[in-house]
Design a protein around this ligand. Structure first.
Ligand SMILES: Cc1cc2nc3c(=O)[nH]c(=O)nc-3n(C[C@H](O)[C@H](O)[C@H](O)COP(=O)(O)O)c2cc1C
Ligand code: SF4
Ligand code: SF4
Length: 249
């Protein structure tokens, strides 16, 4: 059983590739939150996995809410793994995951990280398609290697590019610094299709007079609205319109 969160498709693709290799199934974390269904019976599972993006060296608000609310029911704890997608470093995401798993009597047996295109386009430039595809080809090879290690129930205590535990204090202030949905703007090319609103994982967009409006308190800054807009009408600051849109196929 593989739980995942994915805003722009990297983690969905990683989860699906690993699930296919292992003959497992994938479950989006957002569905548990949407249906307020907070118990998962994992007693018959051989292994259980969590696959999600790194946000500000730690967990996204969505993964954090999932871990805070979920209860896992089991008698013998199954082999438990984490795969974190990252652009520059997965930071302390494993530290935070373990912290939340502890409350359910669980812990990570293995942790892996996969370098992907970095979807934080206020900083990172994804406009070079060839460069983006090269990173994705490399990530597919890495996911194959990881899948076979998971199949063998390998114990792994450090993931690639993980930072020491004492950098964990960076996560909260950094995420707060990034989290400014009031800075989203929408251009004239918006056609009012509502795709941004309908796909927002936390319901942080309202349509008013045929245009999106960001509700300040709820946004997770996943940038799904910016990357998914068919007219590329959503910007965040001055760089995103130059840095391109990205959705993993
Ligand atoms: C708000 C936000 C914060 C991010 N923070 C980090 C980070 O601290 N370190 C990193 O390496 N990548 C960071 N990223 C990049 C994502 O982890 C990466 O692109 C991931 O593959 C996205 O997964 P998805 O396509 O499944 O949503 C961040 C992305 C976003 C949107
Ligand atoms: S997805 Fe783009 S075009 Fe559609 S309503 Fe949102 S901003 Fe406008
Ligand atoms: S408003 Fe946009 S950035 Fe914020 S959570 Fe929704 S889709 Fe993600």
């Amino acid at each position: 059983m593989i739980f995942y969160f994915s805003a722009t498709g990297n983690c969905k693709r990683i989860a699906e590739d690993i699930a296919e290799y292992l003959g497992d199934r994938t479950l989006p974390m957002t569905e548990f939150l949407r249906f307020e269904s907070y118990t998962a019976d994992i007693s018959d599972e051989k292994r259980i996995g969590f696959i999600m993006p790194t946000y500000a060296y730690g967990l996204s608000l969505i993964a954090e809410e999932f871990f805070k609310k979920m209860n896992f029911a089991f008698t013998d704890r199954p082999y438990t793994f984490l795969v974190a997608a990252y652009g520059t470093s997965p930071g302390n995401i494993a530290f935070f995951t373990n912290k939340y798993l502890k409350k359910s009597g669980m812990k990570l047996d293995a942790r892996f990280s996969v370098k992907t295109p970095d979807t934080w386009t206020p900083v990172f430039d994804l406009s070079d398609i060839e460069k983006v595809e090269k990173t994705n080809r490399r990530s597919v090879r890495e996911v194959k290697r990881i899948s076979s290690r998971i199949k063998n129930c390998e114990k792994v205590r450090r993931m690639k590019m993980e930072t020491p535990f004492f950098t964990a204090f960076i996560h909260k202030p950094l995420y707060r610094m990034l989290n400014h949905p009031e800075k989203f703007t929408v251009s004239e090319s918006c056609v009012g299709c509502g795709i941004c609103k309908n796909n927002c994982p936390v319901g942080a967009i309202e349509m008013k007079n045929g245009k999106p409006h960001w509700i300040k308190t709820q946004c997770a800054m996943c940038l799904g609205c910016l990357h998914r807009c068919p007219k590329f009408a959503v910007s965040l600051g001055k760089n995103t319109s130059k840095h391109g849109q990205y959705l993993r196929k």
